[in-house]
Design a protein around this ligand. Structure first.
Ligand SMILES: [Zn+2]
Length: 275
């Protein structure tokens, strides 16, 4: 069976894995991402694929997770915090260099897909996957497929305003996106550090923010990823704290840690070509 190659093109590192036909990992490599240099970034991805396929002695399907999205209008990269990708035809340039069709998805969507396929959301119809890291991103998987939407922003909950801001949430923090009071401004790793690592306040904010998601999407599982997903107390405390904000007599939604940890993004990129 054909192998599936997944690439997680992050701001600081680029990782590649290859999965065999059964989903088993057979190859993995990680290199630093060239900083601020688009052409070098493309060349780095192409070299990684070349090395992997030489070692595997086979070609694979290629999926790439990026910290951004492809515009539905132009096909060019938008919303990327690795800003050197913005405005480039990354899909076209990689397809030309690798001589095959490739698939590109937002990294949070790849994370959600990985956890939905064979991770903490396995068997669930609707999975909301959240990355709480340097930034805050999220993706939605329905019946095993990433929900993209006409604007390619499904799950971009990090730039919704934090619901019901309290005195301690003010003044509303400025966000790089140009808005104020974005969820990312409270729930990212840097935001938690800036708030003196106040975990109780963090849990309360996360609960308010996720209750809004539950009221709209009603997912079976919310899977957390990113560095903050390692804080174990969140999984016990947040589902208690979100109850008053969820419009339901009972809340069956589970809050789960990731099964694949740091590998979820790259695994989800590999799964972009289906099971
Ligand atoms: Zn924002």
């Amino acid at each position: 069976m054909r192998s599936r190659i997944g690439i997680d093109l992050g701001g600081t590192k680029t990782e590649l894995i290859a999965l065999d036909g059964s989903g088993k990992e057979v190859f993995r490599r990680r290199v630093p991402t060239p900083q601020g240099d688009y052409a070098a970034t493309v060349a780095s991805v192409v070299a990684l694929v070349g090395n992997a396929e030489k070692e595997l002695e086979a070609k694979g399907s290629i999926g790439v997770g990026i910290p951004g999205a492809l515009s539905r209008v132009t096909g060019l990269v938008k919303n990327a915090n690795s800003t050197c990708l913005i405005g480039h035809d990354l899909k076209g340039d990689l397809e030309k260099a690798l001589a095959r069709e490739i698939r590109i998805e937002n990294d949070a969507n790849c994370f959600a897909l990985s956890e939905a396929v064979d991770g903490a959301g396995k068997g669930a119809k609707v999975v909301f996957g959240v990355i709480l890291g340097t930034g805050v991103g999220a993706g939605i998987v329905v019946n095993g497929e990433v929900l993209v939407g006409p604007n390619a922003i499904a799950g971009e909950w990090g730039h919704n305003p934090l619901p019901l801001p309290r005195k301690e949430d003010l003044p509303l923090p400025d966000c790089y996106c140009g808005r104020k009071g974005c969820i990312e401004g409270y729930l990212s790793g840097p935001a938690l550090a800036k708030d003196g690592e106040n975990i109780e306040r963090y849990e309360e904010r996360l609960a308010r923010a996720l209750a809004g998601v539950i009221n709209i999407l009603d997912p079976e599982v919310i899977v957390l990823g990113g560095g903050i997903s390692n804080i174990q107390r969140l999984y016990a405390n947040v589902p208690v704290l979100w109850r008053p904000y969820v419009f339901s007599d009972q809340v069956a939604t589970r809050l789960a840690p990731p099964r694949h940890g740091d590998s979820s993004g790259v695994r989800g990129a590999a799964w972009l070509w289906g099971r």
